[in-house]
Design a binder for this molecule. Structure first.
Ligand code: ADP
Length: 485
């Protein structure tokens, strides 16, 4: 099938893009989660170690500071008095860097008399406090060295070395917890992205399928709508569009079938009449003339129907008409004048009550057609001695000001159940009467479509005590206001 060839490539599909975006975001979160807290904890531990180790070294240095030259014995004595700090190594040197005291891992180291080639110590002997700490293989290795100064002279230096696995283990614990959390987040993210992207593509697929089905002409097809997200809205809009298409298609089909039926009837009559003339032997002139007259009437009827159909098609296509201010009262008067002979022959009196300044924006031809159809019907569906009353008036103020054309008659009236249907194409309450009066069943449809096109409304109701009352209203066009800048 054609549609299969239009399959979206994997790398361009929404599903892939969605899953990839999800993965990138999750990866970024995991990297952040595994670095930031560890770095912050490391820094905090560094700061606390620096403070404690340096202060311990400073305490020893200030205890050793004095006028006498430092010796191994004096240092040992002082440290014994102070108490051994809880570190792995304590070293004290003289100003030349020669080791006076070295206590390593709980015992005396045999380094006495040697020179300490430790960077921290040599820096301290130059009068600076030094601290260095590094975290490696689960342990903090921290070193602090301070000079022993007396009256501006460097008498020696104290060096402390701490090897801490306790806080290292804490950091390791944090790291391993974060790693476990990352694994869980990864698994959840993969599952969720798979589920969401699957659901997304499934729903988009259903919409695409529905569009294809409707495109093939299956207008009754609808897409199931679940949830309340954007895709559901899309589904609802699609269904509403398809509803509209279906209605339009049904109206079109009914119209075509009704129109062909209406055209068939006069054509069948013409055919019948011509056959009768051809088959009749010795038909007298008078009868032949009557038959030809009937054929002429049917042809006229066909012309009327096609003209009205053309008018409706023009309205359907809604070609932009050039609208101008038109006085409804003036148009109504013109139609009344035109229909006077017809009314006189049907023994109907035409009355009119017309207000002044009833301007609306429309075309004169359309307004004429609307008034003509309504007033002609009022005469056609009337009884001898009946009346037709045409009123044009203005009601309301400002934007809510409307001009109304009311056509009342004292005729046969319209049954309540047919009131809404008479505006449908080809609908006639009394088919025989309409036909006898030269009706096509299209007059009121034309009225309705034209009125709508000019932003108006048409209504019909029973007239008491007899007859019907049609009203057409349009927004009033206020000429004077319009002329102001
Ligand atoms: P038609 O060409 O048959 O007059 P219309 O569309 O003008 O078609 O009217 C549709 C039907 O509505 C008519 O056939 C008629 O039965 C009914 N109708 C219209 N106007 C009137 C009226 N003033 N009084 C009674 N019936 C009417």
């Amino acid at each position: 099938m054609e549609d299969q060839s239009k399959k979206v490539p994997f790398w361009r599909s929404l599903r892939t893009k969605f899953a990839l975006t999800y993965m990138v975001i999750v990866a970024a979160v995991i990297v952040l989660l595994n670095t930031y807290p560890v770095l912050v904890s490391q820094d905090l531990m560094y700061q606390s170690k620096k403070a404690s180790l340096q202060s311990q070294a400073a305490v020893i240095a200030s205890a050793l500071a004095g006028p006498e030259v430092l010796t191994a014995e004096s240092v040992e004595r002082t440290i014994t008095v102070l108490g051994m700090p809880g570190v792995r190594r304590v070293m004290v040197t003289d100003p030349a860097g020669q080791i006076l005291y070295d206590y390593n891992n709980g015992e005396r180291a045999g380094t006495g008399g040697r020179y300490a080639l430790i960077w921290e110590l040599t820096t301290a002997l130059r009068g600076n406090d030094v601290f260095r700490s590094e975290y490696r293989e689960g342990a903090f290795r921290s070193r602090a060295a301070v000079p022993v100064s007396y009256r501006g002279m460097t008498m020696g230096a104290v060096y402390l070395y701490e090897y801490d696995t306790e806080q290292g283990a804490l950091l390791l614990g944090i790291q391993s917890n974060l790693r476990s959390m990352s694994v869980v987040i990864c698994i959840v993210a993969v599952i969720m992205s798979a589920v969401f992207s699957q659901a997304l593509t499934r729903r988009i697929g259903a919409l695409l399928r529905a569009i294809r089905v409707v495109r093939e002409g299956e207008y009754s097809h609808r897409v199931p709508v679940t949830g309340g997200d954007e895709l559901s809205r899309l589904g609802e809009e699609f269904n509403a569009l398809t509803d509209r298409l279906q209605t339009t298609e049904e109206v079109r089909r009914r119209f075509v079938s009704d129109a062909s039926h209406e055209l068939k009837t006069p054509l069948a009559s013409i055919r019948l009449l011509t056959d009768s003339i051809l088959q009749a032997e010795n038909m007298d002139d008078q009868t032949a003339r009557e038959f030809v007259n009937d054929i002429g009437e049917e042809a006229e009827r066909l012309t009327r129907i096609t003209e009205k159909l053309l008018t409706l098609t023009r309205l359907d296509n809604a070609l932009p008409a050039k609208i101008v201010p038109v006085d409804v009262a003036w148009v109504a008067e013109k139609v009344r004048h035109m229909l006077t002979p017809l009314a006189r022959s049907a023994e109907i009196t035409l009355e009119s009550r017309l207000e002044e300044d009833c301007l609306v924006l429309a075309t004169e031809d359309d307004l004429y057609q609307i008034a003509f159809n309504l007033m002609e019907n009022a005469v056609k569906y009337n009884v001898p001695g009946g009346r037709v009353i045409v009123t044009v008036f203005r009601r309301g103020e400002g934007r809510a000001c409307w001009v109304t054309l009311r056509v009342e008659d004292t005729g046969v009236g319209i049954p309540e159940g047919d009131m809404t249907k008479i505006f449908d194409r080809f609908y006639r309450v009394d088919k025989a009467r309409s036909r006898a009066a030269g009706g096509t069943g299209l007059g009121l449809s034309i009225v309705r479509d034209m009125v709508r096109q000019h932003g108006g409304a048409v209504t019909v109701r029973r007239r008491e005590p007899e007859g019907s009352c049609f009203e057409v209203s349009f927004p009033y066009y206020a000429e004077k206001e319009e002329m102001q800048p």
